[in-house]
Design a protein around this ligand. Structure first.
Ligand code: NAD
Length: 294
């Protein structure tokens, strides 16, 4: 029987560490790190996600607000709003919740966010820095996945050695799949990115020492797709036919094939928010360091 990787527990530990560091930042600099979350429209899932982000930030001593704009907001209004946040020196992190309502150009909005405040890590500059292995702000979900891997498999405090391990990432989005692949590659894993046009996905998955599923299809990955002893990170958030929350992996089946599996809920999801808080602190520190530089 596989281990369940407890994302809630690691997220709680991470949030407690961020709270300590945010308090130290506030003492040293006379202001708290600041995160502003922008929600356009009323998408029900986005309303829940952004409220959770606002609440989690307040709990760790990160200052900021959730700004709600109507679905009728124009591209120009949203760009002006982002420009105001860019110009505000007390704002360290800006997050514009996706998806945006139809008619708004998400790429143009993301491009307009100051890369130094881009705590989601979606700006092309940050994506490029990740691709060339030069830091920058890294997208929260893949960063959380890597933290879960490290935590679950660390031996005596040493990070997990991923060198030469075959990692299969299902999904090639800019938000999860591609940055996940970059992070695993940077740790010397042999990475395959699978997607909707991949042939014989089950056979490919059976070669994976590490499998990351970021697809958005309820329980698509079956137990028989897994190599014995694989580590499975399930990013998907779906509703099954009965309306029950589930991931991209059939967790029950996976537990009898793999070595370790993240559950949904309680796996990757909580880590995404914890990494957002961590990124906000990183952005705050980096901005201060940049402003102090000669
Ligand atoms: P997306 O729709 O942008 O990308 C999905 C990817 O899956 C695409 O690259 C597509 O090629 C691939 N795909 C689709 N059908 C496939 C198939 N049959 N076989 C193989 N690949 C297939 O989605 P996304 O934004 O990357 O999110 C993926 C999932 O992760 C969604 O369920 C989303 O809700 C979830 N998600 C969770 C978190 C979290 O915090 N846990 C964060 C972001 C996204």
């Amino acid at each position: 029987m596989a281990r369940i990787i407890d994302g809630k527990a690691l997220a709680a530990t991470t949030r407690a560490r961020v709270a300590e560091e945010a308090a130290a930042f506030t003492r040293e600099h006379g202001r708290a790190p600041g995160l502003e979350v922008v929600l356009v429209g009323e998408d029900p899932a986005s309303v829940v996600y952004t409220r959770n982000k606002e609440k989690a930030a307040a709990e760790v001593g990160i200052r900021g607000a959730l700004h709600r704009l109507p679905a009728s907001a124009s591209q120009r209004e949203l760009l002006e709003f982002v420009a105001r946040l860019n110009a505000d020196d007390a704002v360290d992190g800006i997050l514009v919740q996706l998806p945006l309502p139809k008619g708004l150009d998400a790429d143009a909005i993301l491009d307009a966010i100051d890369p130094a405040k881009d705590v989601d890590g979606f700006h092309p500059l940050n994506a490029g820095l990740l691709a060339v292995g030069r830091g920058g702000l890294v997208p929260c979900t893949p960063k959380g996945c890597l933290a879960l891997l490290d935590h679950d498999l660390a031996t005596e405090g040493e990070p997990l050695d991923l060198a030469g391990k075959h990692a299969v990432v299902i999904g090639r989005s800019n938000i999860v799949g591609k940055p996940m692949a970059q992070l695993l590659l940077a740790r010397n894993a042999t990475v395959t990115i699978a997607h909707s046009r991949t042939r014989d996905l089950p056979a490919l998955c059976r070669e994976a020492d590490i499998l990351v599923a970021a697809v958005g299809r309820a329980r698509m990955v079956r137990g028989g797709w897994l190599k014995a002893g694989a580590i499975v990170l399930d990013v998907g958030i779906n509703r099954d036919a009965d309306g029950k929350l589930c991931g991209d992996v059939d967790t029950t089946e996976a537990l009898s094939h793999a070595a370790a599996v993240t559950p949904v809920p309680g796996g990757v999801g909580p880590m995404t928010i914890a990494m957002l808080l961590s990124n906000t602190l990183l952005a705050a520190r980096a901005r201060l360091a940049a402003s102090a530089a000669p």
